[in-house]
Design a protein around this ligand. Structure first.
Ligand SMILES: [Zn+2]
Length: 169
């Protein structure tokens, strides 16, 4: 494939496998470009037919095309279908199908292989820690503002005491 469509499809899917979600930084290499409708079954090089994906997902998908291959369930297209309506990620990092298409998608592409589940779980932990860190930083800022306010109150009280003591006969 020429460099330009490859770059476009990579950008469209933000350098992640559009099937399992792995980022190319985690793979340590650029990913492959899949023809959602296989070329052997009339698929074209049109950008709409191209999906950025990792080698393993590409291999599991193979030349599946629902019009010809059993079980004749359409494989969801990550660029056209709203995957969140068909799949959800559970707390342990596994993909759970919400529809029969979602079930088939997860099963055909082996989206719950142990390594990718571990990867998703690590990302969840990272996201949680990042959120906790941001919350802690906000709390520190609040406390710093409170310290400034308290210091001002303390100074004003000290001034008041001084004024009163001077006013005494
Ligand atoms: Zn993948």
């Amino acid at each position: 494939m020429a460099d330009e469509p490859r770059a476009q499809v990579r950008e469209r899917f933000r350098a992640r496998c559009a099937y399992c979600g792995v980022h190319e930084d985690a793979v340590g290499a650029t990913l492959t470009v899949d023809h959602h409708r296989p070329r052997a079954h009339g698929g074209t090089d049109d950008l709409e037919n191209l999906v950025y994906c990792c080698a393993r997902c590409n291999e599991h998908k193979g030349a599946y095309w629902h019009e010809l291959d059993p079980p004749h369930v359409r494989l969801l297209h990550p660029g056209r279908d709203e995957l969140a309506q068909h799949l959800r990620e559970s707390d342990d990092g596994r993909f759970v199908g919400l529809t029969s298409e979602g079930d088939f998608f997860a099963q055909r592409l082996r989206l719950n292989r142990p390594q990718i589940v571990a990867y998703r779980r690590a990302r969840r932990v990272e996201a949680k820690l990042t959120a906790e860190l941001a919350a802690s930083r906000r709390r520190v800022e609040e406390l710093e503002r409170a310290v400034v306010d308290l210091r001002a109150a303390l100074e004003s009280t000290a001034d008041e005491i001084e004024r009163r003591s001077k006013g005494r006969p």
